[in-house]
Design a protein around this ligand. Structure first.
Ligand code: NAP
Ligand code: ZN
Ligand code: ZN
Length: 349
């Protein structure tokens, strides 16, 4: 077993504190990664608080992982010691089902999440990237392009792919009007990717504070959702809207902003369910959709797209000792625009 140190929540809603644990033995197709950076996704907070009811403890969160390969199993073909690599939200899947065979491993009913799951040995809990080392099968590891600085690449592994996948599926591009609802970790990378795809990008944010930043990231327009006039002015305007907000919104108000055949894609996962008004859907044949991260090959495609378009995340780098403070700031929407943990700060513990 591999001895690892990290930070864990020992029970629901607990603060994160130092934690030592073991990872499973290295298998033939496995890679050991020395973790350098890990982004803080809002999902980590939902999970620590058990807001979705499926959390297990102790829990080491973190699924936006970048590091260096330090050891490889005997059969590993794709990576060598020293490679700069990443791991996202899942570390294995069944590899046989319809979803897996289409490269949509994230929709596999046996997908193994980076934390909060049980390894294929049937007993070892998976633990995430707020730690110094992880073991992952080579088929579930991403290559980080050289021209993206590691700490600014880390949030691409979840936030980046979560926006790239629906923007591609619903064909954001020239002539398309895209709205990004919520300017946090997911939203900010959504602006950059939609802009690079050539779409007209509008940000809908619940306060005016982030307007200047949004424009710098490539947004063409910015509107405040606390102003009721926004919903009158933009009625029937958008082709595609991506809702990244982590709390419940009146989705009907947002559906009304879609044009004929427009689509709202829900990616934010609030604790409470939304109520949908049928008229908001049928009055313009609107579509209500959802999207979950992306598969391994699409995640690699997104990383290569970001490399080509010089896209990286806007981050605040923190030592792990500040993780609980960062959680509070995220909950207050005070994030510019992703916290990334520098795992060097773990020291020897
Ligand atoms: P985040 O950085 O906290 O951003 C969420 C944004 O939502 C905030 O910055 C804020 O933007 C807006 N917001 C927060 N409270 C609000 C309120 N009361 N009213 C209106 N807007 C509010 O979170 P994130 O990491 O981007 O994650 C967002 C959500 O996506 C979470 O629920 C997360 O679990 C989920 N997620 C889903 C997937 C997937 O695959 N579908 C993947 C990753 C994360 P403004 O200040 O601009 O309004
Ligand atoms: Zn995430
Ligand atoms: Zn499968």
């Amino acid at each position: 077993m591999l001895q690892v140190i990290g930070y864990a929540a020992k029970e629901a809603k607990a603060s994160l504190t130092p934690f030592s644990f073991e990872r499973r033995d290295l298998l033939d197709h496995d890679v050991v990664i020395d973790i350098q950076y890990c982004g803080i996704c809002h999902t980590d907070i939902h999970q620590v608080k058990n807001e979705w009811g499926r959390s297990t403890y102790p829990m080491v969160p973190g699924h936006e992982i970048v590091g260096t390969v330090s050891q490889i199993g005997s059969q590993v073909m794709r990576f060598k010691v020293g490679d700069k690599v990443g791991v996202g939200c899942f570390v294995d899947s069944c590899r046989n089902c319809d979803a897996c065979s289409q490269g949509l491993e994230q929709y596999c009913s046996n997908v193994l999440t980076t934390y909060n799951g049980i390894e294929k040995d049937g007993k070892t809990p998976t633990q995430g990237g707020y730690s110094n080392k992880i073991i992952v099968d080579e088929n579930y590891i991403l290559r980080i392009p050289d021209n993206i600085v590691s700490e600014r690449a880390a949030p691409l592994l979840c936030a980046g792919i979560t926006l790239y996948s629906p923007l591609m599926k619903w064909k954001a591009g020239p002539g398309k009007k895209v709205a990004i609802v919520g300017l946090g970790g997911l939203g900010h990378i959504g602006i950059k990717i939609a802009h690079a795809l050539g779409a007209e990008v509008t940000v809908l944010s619940h306060s005016p504070k982030k307007q200047e930043d949004a424009k710098k990231m490539g947004a063409d327009n910015f509107y405040t959702t606390s102003d009721a006039k926004t919903f009158e002015k933009l009625e029937g305007y958008f082709d595609i809207m991506i809702n990244t907000v982590s709390t419940d919104l009146n989705l009907n108000q947002y559906l009304n902003l879609l044009r004929l055949d427009g689509t709202i894609v829900v990616v934010g996962v609030p604790e409470k369910d939304a109520q949908i008004n049928a008229y908001s859907l049928i009055s313009a044949r609107r579509n209500l959709a959802g999207s979950l991260i992306g598969g391994i090959s699409e995640t690699q495609e997104m990383l290569d797209f970001c490399s080509k378009h010089d896209i990286a995340c806007d981050i605040e780098l923190i030592p792990i000792q500040k993780v609980n403070e960062a959680y509070e700031r995220i909950l207050n929407s005070d994030v510019r625009y992703r916290f990334v943990i520098d795992l060097n700060s773990l020291g020897k513990m």
